[in-house]
Design a protein around this ligand. Structure first.
Ligand SMILES: Nc1ncnc2c1ncn2[C@@H]1O[C@H](COP(=O)(O)OP(=O)(O)O)[C@@H](O)[C@H]1O
Ligand SMILES: [Mg+2]
Length: 308
């Protein structure tokens, strides 16, 4: 499958500061890609290059097979985006806003307006002035604007900023529907992990201009083969089981936490210790492995203490 969006070793420098540093990733048709990172990491700068608002210093950006550097207009025909906030005229109605935007694209068939208005669920409010819209409705109108010309790629820069939980859920459902039904490729940036966790299929974390390995949530949860994880054993004889663990592990590793035996182990070590317990006539009711979360991944990538 050829990706809809492909970044190859993209860099951007302002003065002496490299703000985007050799970034490569791709987004496929039908996929929602989460572009995560703290403030100042380089998300907006990367996105501005993708939507043609900033030039590319090094590397290449390819949209639906066309390089932005080689054929700017053709490449951008397949991109719709909202950077920072949707640009709307608040004294006009939603429909008037869409019409103005549509004219910039040349010929948008009349039916397309009704279709998109319905899709973003604004049919019964579209002829009201935008100043009466909630933030969530404005965001939906922004999505309608961005998708009016039927692009293959939608780029959203921090779209959930300021949205309430219902607004965030609406946006998530709208994007998922487009991705699943129409095969739209979506790139969405954010520093809000819990929202992205529910919305995205794959993640890349950017910090100080550099991107980590791109992973799915499953990759993150499973971690590397035989990585050391925290395990918890629920047993019938806690003290005796602790004695068994002490015999095989370094002091300080095995602990009793909330009535369970806990230790940092590899998968293999956990299985071996389980066998030892059973051999000593200790009943093992359950073994829990702590899984890696998107938050763990983010903190490891950004070394950030504070997250939202
Ligand atoms: N036009 C510009 N000139 C100089 N520095 C800039 C410009 N735009 C952004 N920067 C700097 O680039 C870095 C990344 O910014 P940005 O891409 O906006 O990050 P993010 O969107 O991840 O918060 C920041 O340090 C910012 O101050
Ligand atoms: Mg930004």
């Amino acid at each position: 499958m050829t990706p809809v969006l492909e970044l190859k070793n993209v860099s951007k420098t302002f003065g002496k500061k490299t703000v985007v540093d050799n970034v490569s990733f791709s987004v496929n048709s039908g996929e929602i890609f989460g572009f995560l990172g703290p403030n100042g990491a380089g998300k907006t700068t990367t996105i501005k290059m993708i939507v043609g608002l900033l030039s590319i210093d090094k590397g290449e950006i390819i949209i639906d097979g066309t390089s932005l550097k080689k054929d700017f207009e053709k490449a951008l025909r397949n991109v719709g985006g909202i950077i920072e906030n949707p640009e709307l005229y608040s004294y006009m109605t939603g429909r008037q806003n869409l019409k103005i935007f549509g004219r910039m694209h040349g010929s948008i068939p009349k039916e397309r307006y009704d279709e998109i208005i319905q899709k973003v669920k604004l049919s019964n409010r579209i002829d009201e002035k935008v100043k009466k819209y909630s933030l969530g409705m404005r965001q939906r109108l922004g999505v309608a604007q961005a998708l009016l010309h039927n692009p293959k790629l939608l780029v959203l820069d921090e779209p959930t900023n300021g949205l309430d939980p219902a607004g965030i859920r609406d946006l998530r459902n709208t994007l998922k529907e487009y991705a699943e039904k129409d095969g739209l490729a979506v790139l969405v940036s954010s520093h809000l992990l819990s929202e992205m966790e529910l919305m995205c299929d794959r993640f890349g974390i950017i910090d100080k201009g550099a991107l980590t390995d791109v992973k799915t949530l499953k990759d993150i949860r499973l971690g590397k083969e035989n990585e050391i994880r925290n395990y918890e054993f629920d047993v019938d004889q806690l003290e005796k089981a602790f004695g068994v663990f002490e015999k095989y592990l370094t002091p300080g590793n095995p602990k009793i936490v909330d009535g369970r035996l806990s230790a940092r182990l590899s998968k293999e070590a956990a299985a071996k210790l389980n066998a030892k317990l059973v051999k000593t006539d200790i009943k093992v009711y359950s073994i829990n492995q702590a899984s890696h979360t998107l938050e763990d991944e983010y903190i490891a990538a950004t070394k950030s203490e504070q997250i939202h």
